[in-house]
Design a protein around this ligand. Structure first.
Ligand SMILES: [Zn+2]
Length: 287
């Protein structure tokens, strides 16, 4: 439930620990530079755009200590080594903070590319995106529960926080944003709005990475920036500066003006993968 005092405690905990957070962030930055350097020895490479591309040398993420991986089908548990390393570190950080075990959703397919037209995922194509469920895997999930995932929504369809919007989920969102490799975390607009309210009057700079988007009530979608080993990875535009708690967020809650006449649903043209991805798919007989 929403307990203002508990929020305040949690917030103060993070504020009081700002210095240690700063040191940890500096350390994480150092570490990430060293792991960027390390991964350039591997043959991993993200190629193309987040929503139209592929990945070479992806690593499979299997269930591990303090986390499990949902099986949405289609082997969607592969990622760039940097993404796997990011998840490892987040799991360790969450464990240290006393959170329940994490439940990881979709990453990418073994060579990336589209999940298929039946999926509502457009991105997750280059091994740098991961969905992290707002459900936890404590107690440990059965194989059936992992293959038949049920979402835990932290805001309802009207973007109001549910009873699941608790300290653990706020802490998880906060921790997920701390890694310098993370560029964006997509969540439902109501999640962003609630975080802006909780942190009102305090340091909201970390909320810049928390981006409102459609869906995303049952999981956050974390996106890493292009790693140094991937020159053909197409960088996204930088997230707008500031915490994004003002006009931009408000625009998500304004109903669109009624359109003058009913518009035909637009047929999206099929995306053509980059030539290198087409070659990679062909040579591996990959659909
Ligand atoms: Zn996603």
């Amino acid at each position: 439930m929403f307990h203002p005092q508990r929020w305040a405690l949690l917030r103060d905990y993070f504020l009081l620990n700002r210095i240690s957070v700063f040191i940890a962030a500096a350390f994480a930055l150092l570490l990430s530079f060293s792991s960027f350097a390390k991964s350039s020895d591997t043959s991993a490479e993200a190629i193309g755009e987040y929503a139209n591309g592929c990945i070479k040398g992806a690593v499979e993420l299997k269930d591990g200590k303090n986390y499990q991986v949902q099986r949405w089908g289609n082997s969607r548990n592969f990622g760039h080594p940097q993404l796997i390393d990011y998840i490892d570190k987040l799991v360790a950080r969450a464990k240290k903070a006393g959170l329940p075990d994490l439940l990881i959703g979709d990453l990418s397919r073994p060579l990336g590319g589209s999940f298929g037209s039946a999926s509502n995922h457009g991105s997750h194509q280059i091994g740098l995106d991961v969905d992290i469920s707002f459900d936890f895997s404590t107690p440990r999930k059965s194989e059936y529960e992992l293959t038949h995932p049920e979402d835990v929504y932290i805001v309802d369809t009207k973007n109001r926080p549910t009873q699941f919007f608790d300290n653990n989920r706020v802490a998880l969102l906060y921790m997920a944003a701390q890694d310098p490799r993370v560029e964006r975390i997509f969540v439902a607009p109501g999640i962003k709005r609630t975080l802006c309210q909780i942190y009102e009057g305090h340091d909201k700079s970390w909320l810049q990475k928390i981006r409102p988007w459609f869906g995303h009530r049952g999981h956050m979608h974390v996106r890493l920036g292009c790693p140094l080993d991937s020159p053909a990875c197409v960088k996204q535009a930088k997230a707008p500066s500031g915490d994004g708690c003002g006009a931009e967020l408000a625009s998500w809650f304004v109903p669109p003006p009624p359109s003058p006449k009913p518009t035909k649903p637009k047929v999206k043209p099929k995306k053509i993968p980059p030539a290198r991805c087409q070659a990679l798919f062909k040579e591996n007989n990959y659909n």
